[in-house]
Design a protein around this ligand. Sequence first.
Ligand code: CP
Length: 318
Amino acid sequence: MRHLLDTQHLSRADALEILDVAEDMADTQRREVKKLPTLRGKTVVNLFFEDSTRTRISFEAAAKRLSADVINFSAKGSSVSKGESLQDTAQTLQAMGADAVVIRHGASGAPRTLATSGWISAGVVNAGDGTHEHPTQALLDAFTIRKRLFGDASRGRDLDGIRVTIVGDVLHSRVARSNVWLLHTLGAHVTLVAPPTLVPQDVSGWPVEVDYDLDHAISTGPNALMMLRIQLERMNAAYFPTEREYSRRYGLDARRLEALPTDSIVLHPGPMNRGLEISAEAADSPRSTVLEQVTNGVSVRMAVLYLLLAGERPDTEK
Ligand code: CP
């Protein structure tokens, strides 16, 4: 693996390899000493042009647990405000010895530009680009679904026949796009639920079913319900009903939680708008995997960095 730019072009074999290496990494994270020596001498740069809590810290934790050095760059407070270009910023960080660049950017396609322009030789990982993709979020979501549904029998398993319903602001969601492609590749059946104004125009080319009625979608008994954050910061008011109307029609509340099959799970990538797309009862219920997703994110990102920088399956016995 040279770069991880999206899940649309990730093969089933590569996706399963990442998930299985993440299982090995998760085993190491249950030990008293969590650190592995495997990326000693490597440098990972977190290049963040948009805000982040989970993804940036998770990549930092993942790199440090593998003994890599980490440089954190935030566009806020940097020379980006003086007009420095992506090329010059990236080349400056490469000149300080970056082996991998983890990039979050508001422009869809920025990670691909970095990976293919020839500006830098480091491996590139997409940590979220515009409304395009967020591949490590989808991988950690798939890992979480697999783990909750199959437990210790997860290794090597795909999601064939598993029904996942993704609810909310699909239009602006890079998380939804990455999940649609990855879940489809792994054999899951994906249903999108959203108001018509928050469904992308090109959805007919996606491997999904679309339902505009959340209560109907819940009545079909999904194994996993993935609630999306409403991205008010990317939104034109014309797209969106009032918050109260949205919550009434598309929010996950205690009544809808009760209507789900007893063994189905609830995911949310965070950050959550409690009371808008998800109620406190749903967010904090035993079916919610929100914090497991965060924990699993470190193992998945360890796996990605390992496969990118070491290129082979780690020896986690050391
Ligand atoms: N899920 C996610 O990408 O969260 P952050 O924006 O906090 O990184």
